[in-house]
Design a protein around this ligand. Structure first.
Ligand code: FMN
Length: 656
């Protein structure tokens, strides 16, 4: 096991001494109190992250303007009355020996002021912002002066609250500083003119000067900046290289290099698998040549071995991790102790963001349902250790066994197959990053004192013999798909045949289907199947009778898939009736009544798992336990994604 000596070596940002080079990237989780101070939920969430052993926590956005919130439940540092609330958070993090710095920002065009205060956001120029769909107005010089003072006061409060430094947010061509800096957003013609480098840089320099006036020279300041904006007409890397030394002269102690611009779906900031690992490193390395202060890099730096190499090779001085620490706050400790296979890795599923817009209760994590719920589900053993029998070794069963064993219960896991993983093995073939999660669950089940019985049917005799106090039924569902005229033809695959196809392909065998494929059903399974086939050279056409695609994924994951279909050249027809399947392909009827045929040598009808009542009822009866001690979850309790299965597994384990 590599020692990761570079990653775990100390470093100073200004006067701030860090024990290692892992920094938690700022993530607005939206758990704040109505007065924009940290909530108890925040304290529990950050306490658990601080216990994970990173050197520095980058706290989420804190607005410096009482009129301008960033998110509905985000934080503020715009009033002295907020200092005490922040101090509590600082104490919780410091108790673990970890440093913390808040991200100081004025939301500018991205402000939620229209919704909270019925006032218009403001920015360098008149801009329509995609995140809130609002138009901001151009600020006067007097207003700019006021905002400069607000930044200074915000940082003064941060210091008074005990923070170890601050991060000024000037990235992504959004919010106040990022917007002034970007030629894509700044169209002014005065001293802050967007057409001139000096004009775009002026607000950031003015703000830095005011901050230094307020807090002196030895309070560390990091600036988060896009190395380049990845948009035509946006800032290029030479702009940042020219700016960086000026910022150091103005008192900046560290650069946090990100990339891209903000858009409605923050696609360049919180990236999907189409962005490779470490996609901002080149920009960070280039900026390192221009300055002597440390450079921190963010963006899919999720593998500790790669992170160590980044530091060891001098491509950046520190490595920021965002989603990786939502998924597993213990990542730094596990990396330092060489327990890499125990890391619960981020799968880039976009769930952290999609959960915010579907559940309206702040950020969460698909592969770690405790994220943001640490207070409700503390890491503590159950009062009484019980015998728990889990039937089914898919994600719901594996996660149930893991959580129950972690709570100190005695667990037996029964799986009728010879392998663990269930339907998730196929899901991991289609969306390869799922494999990380499957490996994690299987490793955990192997490491914990769980008795695993493979190739074993759960029946009444066995269940009696195991003397369970509680039983968890996680046997998955029965694959079901709609009947369609012509679906009995030889060129039509459905149900088990589709699963076999994926299995064959996953093992590298010839797919043995036609070159042209029509897929009926574009839920998340159908979409991922289409992408997978197209990547294997098939010409695929998707058909979805409902108007919606990629359900039940959220907006951000769906938009990733829209782009994938585009790139892979997969046409999709939604909101169409399927009249029949013919020898030539699939006959569609448009809403207008027009009939057309999607030509296909092979037709796949995608279904979804349904509750297999016969199996589930049989197991419930065999359990011979009171109803409250028998739990049915995952697809056995109704179709859902792995998120549903894992969340239910955790909740049930805590109820036993
Ligand atoms: C839920 C969530 C909230 C975020 N909030 C912020 C924020 O408040 N400020 C910011 O600059 N970046 C924010 N980000 C972006 C992260 O700091 C980071 O740049 C991004 O997630 C890419 O890093 P990663 O690949 O390690 O996750 C957020 C990311 C996530 C997932």
């Amino acid at each position: 096991m590599p020692k990761l000596n570079a990653l775990f070596s100390p470093l100073k940002i200004g006067s701030m001494e860090l024990p290692n080079r892992i920094v938690m990237a700022p993530m607005t989780v939206d758990y704040g109190m109505p007065d924009e101070t940290p909530s108890d939920r925040h304290l529990a969430y950050y306490a658990e992250r601080a216990a994970g052993g990173m050197g520095l926590i980058g706290l989420e956005v804190c607005s410096v303007d009482a009129d301008h919130r960033y998110q509905q439940h985000s934080l503020g540092l715009h009033s002295d009355s907020q200092i005490a609330g922040h101090k509590k958070l600082v104490d919780v993090i410091h108790a673990q020996g970890v440093k913390v710095q808040p991200q100081i920002s004025h939301p500018g065009p991205e402000s939620l002021a229209p919704f909270f205060k019925q006032i218009q956001p403001m920015g360098p120029s008149v801009i329509r912002t995609e995140t809130t769909k609002q138009v901001c107005r151009e600020m006067t010089l007097e207003e700019i002066e006021t905002v400069i003072e607000l930044y200074g006061e915000g940082v003064r409060r941060a210091r008074e609250a005990g923070y170890d430094g601050v991060e000024l947010h000037a990235a992504h061509n959004y919010m106040m500083l990022g917007s002034f800096l970007s030629p894509l957003r700044n169209f002014r013609t005065d001293d802050y003119a967007g057409g001139r480098f000096e004009g775009r840089a002026k607000l950031l320099l003015d703000v830095l000067a005011r901050i230094r006036q307020k807090v002196g020279d030895d309070f560390p300041i990091t600036v988060r900046i896009s190395g380049f904006e990845r948009e035509s007409g946006g800032r290029e890397i030479n702009d940042t290289q020219r700016l960086a030394p000026l910022l150091v002269e103005a008192g900046v102690d560290c650069f946090h290099v990100t990339g891209g611009v903000g858009d409605a779906n923050i696609t360049q900031i919180i990236t999907g698998p189409e962005f490779g690992a470490g996609y901002n490193i080149a920009a960070a390395t280039a900026i390192k040549q221009a300055v002597d202060v440390p450079v921190l890099v963010v963006g899919q730096n999720m593998d500790p071995i790669e992170a160590d190499a980044i530091v060891a090779e001098g491509r950046a001085d520190l490595v920021a991790m965002g989603r990786a620490l939502l998924a597993d706050p213990q990542l730094p400790n596990k990396a330092r102790e060489g327990r890499l296979r125990e890391i619960n890795r981020c799968t880039l599923c976009q769930g952290c963001v999609d959960i915010m817009t579907t559940e309206f209760n702040g950020a969460g994590c698909w592969v770690n349902p405790r994220a943001g719920k640490e207070g409700e589900f503390p890491l503590a053993a159950a009062e009484v250790s019980k015998q728990v029998v889990v039937v089914g070794g898919g994600p719901a069963g594996l996660a149930s066994a893991m959580y129950a064993a972690e709570r100190g219960h005695s667990v037996t896991l029964i799986e009728k197959d010879e392998n663990l993983g269930g339907a998730f093995r196929l899901a991991s073939t289609l969306f390869s990053r799922n494999q990380y999660f499957l490996d994690y669950l299987i490793n955990r089940v192997g490491d914990l004192p769980i008795e695993v019985r493979l190739g074993t049917e759960a029946n009444e005799t066995l269940l009696k013999e195991l003397e369970a106090d509680s039983m968890v039924i996680a046997v998955g569902g029965r694959f079901s798909s709609p009947a369609i005229d012509g679906d009995q033809a030889d060129h039509v695959l459905r149900g088990q045949a589709v699963l076999e196809l994926v299995k064959r392909g996953g093992q590298g065998a010839d797919l043995a289907i036609g070159q042209t494929v029509a897929i009926i059903g574009a839920n998340l399974i159908g979409i991922e199947l289409a992408e997978w086939l197209a990547r294997r050279g098939k010409r695929v056409h998707l058909i979805e009778p409902s108007g919606r695609m990629a359900m039940p994924a959220g907006k951000k994951r769906r938009s990733d898939h829209c782009k994938n279909l585009d790139r892979l050249g997969i046409p999709i027809n939604t909101g169409v009736a399927v009249a029949r399947i013919s020898a030539e392909g699939v006959v569609l009827v448009q809403a207008s009544g027009r009939e057309s045929c999607v030509p296909a040598e092979t037709v796949i009808i995608v279904g979804f798992p349904e509750i297999d009542s016969k199996v589930v009822d049989g197991l419930v009866a065999s359990a011979q336990l009171p109803a409250e001690r028998v739990h049915v979850l995952g697809d056995a309790g109704g179709f859902g994604l792995s998120k549903k299965a894992v969340q239910e597994a955790m909740e049930i384990a805590y109820s036993i």
